[in-house]
Design a binder for this molecule. Structure first.
Ligand SMILES: Cc1cc2nc3c(=O)[nH]c(=O)nc-3n(C[C@H](O)[C@H](O)[C@H](O)COP(=O)(O)OP(=O)(O)OC[C@H]3O[C@@H](n4cnc5c(N)ncnc54)[C@H](O)[C@@H]3O)c2cc1C
Length: 288
């Protein structure tokens, strides 16, 4: 099947992009790596009269360290994050990238596309949520910063308006005795996760947890922070029994989706183990 006809636009600046989005409203859609949008158009699951290609806008790509923040342009390819040295300041990005689809997909797919697409089983939205990344958004009215916690609304839905473009993501850089992990269970390598976690742990000099973040994916209609589990772990020594308990707590109040790939019960039971496994790896890294 082929996509329905559309008019193709190739602007070269952010103001031109948001100008086109404002002009055509809900008949227009930004085209980033095309790894989600193009299959949906080809299968005629969706159609738009206007596609606004972001690939000729240089200002949307690149990774830049600004003091304690890593700023990643929305059009930065997932493969650039996976292979590039610059993104190493935020280890969760480098840990998540290789789990996205296959190398051909990551060569085209972008960080901003992953986050704006907001698939609840995707890795990068959970990384953004775990780290409280700030999202830079442009529109004809100017630029605004959004907290990740306010960005995701539901399945493939965010707070972005029709005339708004995600331009960059601002990630805090952690320092000290830190460790990170992204862990997931998928039916095959490259598939979307059935359940997964992005987590980070900081230990103090006594090996007690001083900071922890846990974000789950595949467990609801958006990525989810396990805040009760985070609070329960701070101030404790993360031994095996404690991390088992935290894994169970992280999924305790969730109502995971049920589909042909996995039951809700499967996602809960396996999700708890995935959280424990991820935290165990993060703690080991922080200790060493
Ligand atoms: C076989 C296969 C397996 C995959 N497996 C995974 C996986 O395991 N994990 C995973 O996370 N993803 C997976 N993907 C999806 C892939 O990572 C996509 O790259 C990603 O979802 C979207 O990024 P993109 O740059 O291709 O965006 P596009 O497909 O171009 O766009 C996706 C959506 O986001 C919007 N958008 C894009 N950029 C912006 C922006 N800057 N501002 C506002 N809106 C924007 C578009 O308008 C569109 O609605 C898979 C894809 C395929 C084909």
């Amino acid at each position: 099947m082929k996509p329905a006809p559309f008019e193709y636009h190739a602007p070269e600046t952010v103001p031109d992009v948001v100008g086109l989005l404002a002009e055509y409203g809900d008949e227009a859609k930004p085209l980033a790596g095309g790894q989600s949008l193009v299959p949906m158009l080809a299968l005629r699951l969706t159609r738009f009269e206007h596609l606004v290609d972001l690939n000729r806008v240089p200002a949307l790509s690149g990774v830049e360290r600004r003091d304690d923040t890593l700023v990643v342009g929305a059009m930065t390819r997932q493969a650039t994050i996976e292979r590039g040295a610059q993104a190493q300041a935020v280890p969760l990005l480098g840990l998540a990238a290789p789990l996205i689809g296959h190398v051909q997909i990551r060569n085209r797919g972008t960080l901003g596309g992953s986050v704006a697409h907001a698939d609840p089983a995707a890795e990068m939205p959970a990384v953004a949520l775990a780290l409280d990344a700030e999202l830079e958004v442009a529109s004809p009215a100017g630029t605004r910063m959004l907290a990740s916690a306010d960005f995701f609304v539901g399945n493939w839905t965010t707070v972005l308006g029709d005339d708004e473009l995600l331009t960059a993501l601002h990630f805090p850089v952690w320092s000290g005795r830190c460790g990170f992990a992204v862990d997931e269970v998928a039916r095959r390598h490259g598939d979307f996760a059935l359940t997964g976690v992005a987590c980070g742990v900081e230990l103090d000099a006594n090996d007690t947890v001083s900071r922890v973040v846990i974000a789950l994916f595949g467990m609801g209609s958006t990525p989810l922070r396990a805040r009760a589990a985070e609070e329960a772990l701070v101030g404790r020594r993360p031994d095996a029994d404690t991390l088992d308990e935290i894994g169970r707590l992280a999924v305790a109040d969730l109502d995971p989706p049920e589909d042909i790939h996995a039951s809700a019960r499967y996602r809960s039971v396996v999700g708890a183990h995935v959280v424990t496994r991820g935290l165990t790896r993060a703690v080991q890294e922080a200790r060493t």
